[in-house]
Design a protein around this ligand. Sequence first.
Ligand code: FAD
Ligand code: SF4
Length: 464
Amino acid sequence: MSWVKNKMPEQEPQERRRNFSEVALGYAPDTAQSEAKRCLQCKTAPCRQGCPVGINIPEFIKHIKDGDFDSAIAEIKTKNNLPAVCGRVCPQEDQCEKYCVVGKRGEPVAIGRLERFAADQFRLSETKQPAQPAELNQGKVAIIGAGPAGLAAAGDLARLGYKVTVMEALHAPGGVLMYGIPEFRLPKEIVASEINELKELGVEIMVNAIVGKTFTIDELLNEEGYDSVFISTGAGLPHFLEIPGENLNGVYSANEFLTRVNLMKAYKYPAAGTPVHAGQNVAVVGAGNVAMDAARTALRLGAENVYIVYRRSEDEMPARAEEKEHAKEEGVQFRLLTNPMAIVGDDKGWVKGLECIRMELGEPDSSGRRKPIAIPSSNFVLDVDTVIMAIGQGPNPLVQQTTPGLEVDRRGNIKADENGQTSKEGVFAGGDIVTGAATVILAMGAGKKAALAIHEYIQKKKGC
Ligand SMILES: Cc1cc2nc3c(=O)[nH]c(=O)nc-3n(C[C@H](O)[C@H](O)[C@H](O)COP(=O)(O)OP(=O)(O)OC[C@H]3O[C@@H](n4cnc5c(N)ncnc54)[C@H](O)[C@@H]3O)c2cc1C
Ligand code: SF4
């Protein structure tokens, strides 16, 4: 048996840095079967512990090994409503693959790549049948926000027999999958195709519906006849550094920049109606996955120099190793131990530079990471015409502000127990709006748990 994963083909860095097509190209059937043979089919399957939605990993891998791809995807779909998405964007190195026994001696089984393979085979199959709509006679549930948490809850509740309406503020469902994660990591037609399968089950998706404005939660429960509500409004409110110059032209939040490019397809402007201004020299402030996505997007829009500006060192960068490597291969330049102090403008109000100060690392702080300390008189100006802030996001506040009795924590996140029950009867919440910005699969896991809790709540209320 080989101790290394089968390689997944990728577009070459020099080619992909200027196009929006998917970077990773997926396994062919023979490579997937060869990778599936690396699985030891452990009886205890420790890999399952690391999967927040509990997929029976050895079982689906065995089907791939046997060439029965239909059974592989059927097994995955008993637990996961969005496998083509998760196979692409989950941080498997911290989840299922982290517990894989093969990983103790060599590289773990490529569980994510195999999940993606099974989902893609199914999506591209010419003989695939639409999902059977369930009988929706158990009650009515409203879901606020069509990101991974809301979509996971919607699928499970429809299968349990509930009439589910998902209300989404934007004009397209998907949440971060649609507006945040770039096309070159997660093609939007794949997201749309997996969401379509939920519609085939009978889930209704109402777009352009802003809860807190179009309806309040109390109206949904009292006047619109919903038995329960699940809030999954995510963490879509961008943070800024609050330094001088943040209102200059050419300064974006990563959220706005990525929404223009991904959701509104500004990279096709003028064929698409929304423009985006990415300059020649772009600074992206921050070093998480969102920063890597923004930097790689700026390169693809034609920027000559794209800098990641981060106040700590490479060891403390929160981005996944793979994202960092991909960004480096494509030519993103890292300006580490560098802290922005002010954005400098020209006389027409456009960005012309980013004033920074050099940093060094001191003792570990409360996060366990070494604290960055400014080096006196080390200020310099980085020559840039665009600045993208990617230093984190917080909770969208509208629903909390318009729902009396709904408790929030000091960050503004909704308080909910491990099953998603909030302080308000009949109202559940999950995903980033409860935990703060986290991951797709954790949001889905929260949606699935809440779906079961909502089912129990409604059945109890009906006296069943
Ligand atoms: C750029 C970027 C890249 C990322 N990359 C990864 C990755 O590679 N892997 C990974 O696992 N995670 C990644 N994440 C994190 C991940 O996407 C989130 O943790 C996940 O999407 C959270 O799901 P959610 O359903 O809680 O919220 P969201 O996906 O944020 O969805 C919330 C939805 O609610 C809607 N909404 C908000 N307010 C209202 C309202 N009042 N009424 C109606 N609708 C409303 C929003 O429009 C949105 O569609 C990334 C995040 C970003 C921003
Ligand atoms: S731990 Fe690894 S080898 Fe064992 S069943 Fe899971 S994927 Fe297969």
